[in-house]
Design a protein around this ligand. Structure first.
Ligand code: ADE
Ligand code: ZN
Length: 319
């Protein structure tokens, strides 16, 4: 049996497997710039975060209808439950879909229908988190967030993703103020490629409850002390960090060091269709090359549930 865990760092758009990309493109008569599925698969070699985002944003245009979002969500949840996931806090990028003319209602309703189906079929509990693009103006993010709230689209929280360097969290302080004032949970990608200073900003200016990635915190001892003292969750994605070259190799990944420092880390899969595997593959990477023992793995699993936005009673059920 796979280790039961909560998946807290997973982008819906990054779960589209090549065969589903081709299938949805054919169904929706969308022309992709690939000659074949082999041609598409040959492009899954990345030099940094941006080189991956370029492919991700090209491929996600195959999602056109509410049913497509539902189908993609259910397909992900089937893979997730096989890999040990019992609870998921799913990210999606609303700007990627609204800018193509889709309505927020069809996107959110499709994902929610998929999450409900996953709970019914496999018992996977869930939250939904809208991530804003840091490469786009913060005013766009604020406007979209206001619409999400005013039209009562069912989201549980917000996040911040896309290109990191050059787009500091400080730009999004007003967006996060608004989200917190309206009772939403708040997380942000920081310290993936960007410097430790972006983690400070996410904590102090965005007042986030979790940091996504955060691996560059190890470069700043004062920051590590703060993260340990406050037990701020860091959602670490080993295979992503290797494939996007945020670390030189899996052997150089700071996860063991982070655990030893007393940081509240848990392991996640980010964009599993692009990075070579789901939760179980990320845990396997932590076991074999990184040499984590059974007690450390159990700690990672406990941290994943404790760091989730589940209510305390449901958390206890999983712990
Ligand atoms: N969007 C999808 N995956 C991402 C990542 N790892 N970093 C930033 N934005 C993303
Ligand atoms: Zn991510």
């Amino acid at each position: 049996m796979k280790l039961p865990v909560a998946e807290l760092h997973i982008h819906l758009e990054g779960t589209l497997e090549p065969d589903m990309i081709m299938e949805l493109a054919a169904k929706n008569s969308i022309e992709l710039p690939y000659e074949s599925i082999e041609d598409l698969k040959a492009r899954y070699s990345f030099t940094n975060l941006q080189s991956f985002l370029d492919l991700l944003y090209t491929n996600l245009i195959v999602l056109r209808t509410s049913e497509d979002f539902q189908q993609a969500t259910v397909a992900y949840l089937e893979n997730a439950q096989r890999s040990g996931v019992r609870h998921v806090e799913l990210f999606f990028d609303p700007q990627a879909h609204v800018e193509r003319g889709l309505s927020l209602a069809e996107v959110v309703a499709g994902i929610r229908a998929g999450l409900a189906e996953g709970e019914e079929r496999w018992g996977i509990t869930h939250k939904l988190i809208a991530c804003f693009w840091r490469h786009a103006p913060a005013s766009d993010a604020l406007e979209l967030l206001q619409t999400l709230v005013e039209e009562k689209h069912p989201i549980d929280g917000i996040g911040l993703d896309s290109s990191e360097i050059g787009f500091p969290p400080s730009l999004f302080a007003k967006v996060y103020d608004y989200a917190r004032e309206h009772g939403l949970h708040v997380v942000a990608h920081a310290g993936e490629e960007g410097p430790a200073d972006y983690i400070w900003q996410a904590l102090d200016l965005l007042k986030v409850e979790r940091i996504d990635h955060g691996i560059r915190c190890v470069e700043d001892r004062t920051l590590v002390r703060r993260l340990v003292a406050e037990q701020i969750p860091l959602t670490v994605c080993p295979l992503s960090n290797v494939r996007l070259r945020a670390v030189d190799s899996i052997h150089a990944h700071p996860l063991p060091q982070m655990l030893e420092m007393g940081l509240n880390v848990s392991v996640h899969s980010d964009d599993p269709a692009y990075f070579g595997g789901y939760m179980d593959a990320n845990i396997a990477a932590a076991i074999k090359p990184l040499g984590l023992n059974a007690a450390q793995l159990a700690q990672l699993a406990r941290n994943s549930f404790n760091s989730s936005f589940l209510d305390e009673a449901t958390k206890q059920k999983y712990l």
